[in-house]
Every structure is written in structure tokens, then in C-alpha cells.
Design a protein around this ligand. Structure first.
Ligand code: AMP
Length: 281
């Protein structure tokens, strides 16, 4: 596996692969890789001949400078993990100046899908995600790109970006990988204190429990029930919990409004912001 840090090297490696008739898969990440990322890379390797994994903490998608500063960066361990567990061909790990030689002033008109939940709570976040992902798509021109359902809204936003930018590729969504206790695996979990780490599985446990109440409560009542139950632990504080349609990401007022109701939550656990989601179908 090669580690490249310039766009020119990356493009040259992909051009060679294309000349050899290989299909190309891309897995964008911010590094601090874990089993959740590996599940995406393994799937990409199973479905493509030549796989690029990008490892880049993208500054333009952080709306909180402290979050950007403390985000874990572990490139050597990431490369070891990928070479030991996958057949990915290239890791693209650029410096910020390589990707943004000048400020990226592009504004993506993403519509309602990007205006709710993370879009409302993290201004500029999805625009930054689209800036980096569109650049990666342009560098690599993959046949398929892989994203995790842990970032449920992000997948919908990226599908919208692909439509408006007319990229020709398949977006493949992959299921959430969880710890044995149910906590969604995340690079940010390493930043939790031992007490907050112990409290955090409650998020998924309560969401699971709430499934039995679908139809017996209105969406608004279920939102309140879920939020109150998670907040009963003083170490957890729900920032928002919304029940939305899985395709449009718009909140539903009644179960009859959606064939695929989906719960999306963000919880503050000490200094760490955890996100999770669940199908309520
Ligand atoms: P990140 O490095 O956090 O930007 O994540 C890179 C990709 O890995 C995104 O598409 C995430 O949705 C995905 N991912 C992160 N954690 C998980 C997980 N626990 N299960 C599945 N996919 C994940």
C-alpha cells in the first residue's frame, strides 16, 4: 500500500490503475481509523479492483475550532491498520495547503436535506463536507464511493451534491458498526472520559427500547420520551433528537407521513459530541 500526499501523485496512481482496466473505489475518512472505517474499506476492496482511502481532517467542515484542534490524528497507526487488514492500494494523506492552495469559496445549494439537524446545529458543516468530498471525487473519479450510515444525514447530503454536480458514480452506504455494548464506534470515542464512555451506550440502548413505542406514541411524544430517558443520566445531554423520513430527512408529525421513519440524535457527553441514528420502521 502506498501513502501519497500530493494530488499529482494521487492522480498518477489512479491513471495507472485505469490504464490497466481496473475499477476504482474511494473511501473518504478523517483518519483515527477504527473497525467502522475498516468495514467500509473491506467492502470497497471486495467491490473494486483499486481502492483509495483518503485520510484528511478537513478544516472547512469544522464549525468549532476546539473540535478541529483536538480531533485525533494517528496517520502511522492508520496506515498500519489498513495494510494489516485490507488490500487498499493507496492512502491519500495530504496537508491542508495541498487541498486548499487558496480558500474554497464554493457554496453548495443543497436544499432542505442539509437544513435540518446537523445542518441547523453545525452551520457550514455540510458545505465543508461537500467541498472536500467533491474535490476527492474530482481527483479520483471513482466508480463507487463508500460512506457510513453512522453519519446518516451526510449520506443524503452527498447524494444531493452528486446530483447537483452531476458526478457519475455510485454512493454506497454501509451499516453502522457498534462496540459490544452498542455504542456506535467513532474516532471521537477516544476523547471520552472513562465515566462518559461508560454512560454513552445508553444512547443506543434507549433508541432500541423506543422502537417498541412506535405507533403507540406520536412522533413528538416519542421524541420527548427518548430525550428524557437519555437525559436521566447526568453525564449525557441530548442536543437534539428528531424523527424524520429516511429519504427526505424532514421531520414527521405523524407515523403515516413516512414509510421509513428514522430517529437521528446528537448527545453531548462531557466535551464530546456523539451522533447516532436508528431505523424506526
Ligand atoms: P470520519 O472519519 O468520521 O469522517 O468517517 C469516515 C467514514 O466512515 C464516514 O462515511 C463515516 O460515516 C464512516 N464511519 C465512521 N464511523 C462508522 C461506524 N461506526 N460504522 C460505519 N461507518 C462509520
Amino acid at each position: 500500500m502506498d501513502v501519497v500526499s500530493t494530488v499529482a501523485e494521487l492522480k498518477a496512481r489512479v491513471a495507472d490503475a485505469r490504464k490497466a482496466g481496473l475499477s476504482v473505489g474511494l473511501v473518504p475518512t478523517m483518519g483515527a481509523l477504527h473497525v467502522g472505517h475498516l468495514s467500509l474499506v473491506k467492502r470497497a476492496c471486495a467491490e473494486n479492483d483499486f481502492v483509495v482511502v483518503s485520510v484528511f481532517v478537513n478544516p472547512t467542515q469544522f464549525n468549532n475550532p476546539e473540535d478541529l484542534r483536538t480531533y485525533p490524528r494517528t496517520l502511522d497507526a492508520d496506515v498500519d491498520l489498513l495494510s494489516a487488514n485490507t488490500s487498499a492500494a493507496v492512502v491519500f494523506a495530504p496537508a491542508p495547503q495541498e487541498v486548499y492552495p487558496q480558500p474554497d469559496t464554493r457554496v453548495f445549494s443543497l436544499g432542505p436535506v442539509a437544513e435540518v439537524m446537523e445542518g441547523a446545529h453545525r452551520p457550514g458543516h455540510f458545505n465543508g463536507v461537500c467541498q472536500i468530498v467533491s474535490k476527492l471525487f474530482a481527483y479520483v473519479s471513482p466508480d463507487k464511493a463508500y460512506f457510513g450510515e453512522k453519519d446518516f444525514q451526510q449520506i443524503a447530503v452527498i447524494r444531493q451534491m452528486v446530483k447537483i454536480c452531476d458526478f457519475k458514480l455510485d454512493i454506497i452506504s454501509c451499516p453502522i458498526v457498534r462496540e459490544a455494548d452498542g455504542l456506535a464506534v467513532s474516532s471521537r470515542n477516544t476523547l471520552l472520559t472513562p465515566e462518559h464512555r461508560k454512560a454513552a451506550p445508553r444512547i443506543h440502548a434507549v433508541l432500541e427500547e423506543s422502537k417498541a413505542l412506535v405507533g403507540r406514541m406520536t412522533p413528538a411524544e416519542l421524541i420527548k420520551w427518548t430525550t428524557d430517558k437519555i437525559n436521566q443520566d447526568p453525564l449525557l445531554c441530548v442536543e437534539y433528537y428528531e424523527i424524520v423520513d429516511a429519504l427526505t430527512l424532514q421531520p414527521i408529525g405523524d407515523w403515516s407521513e413516512s414509510d421509513a421513519p428514522h430517529g437521528c440524535i446528537t448527545v453531548q457527553a462531557g466535551n464530546v459530541r456523539l451522533i447516532d441514528n436508528i431505523s424506526l420502521k
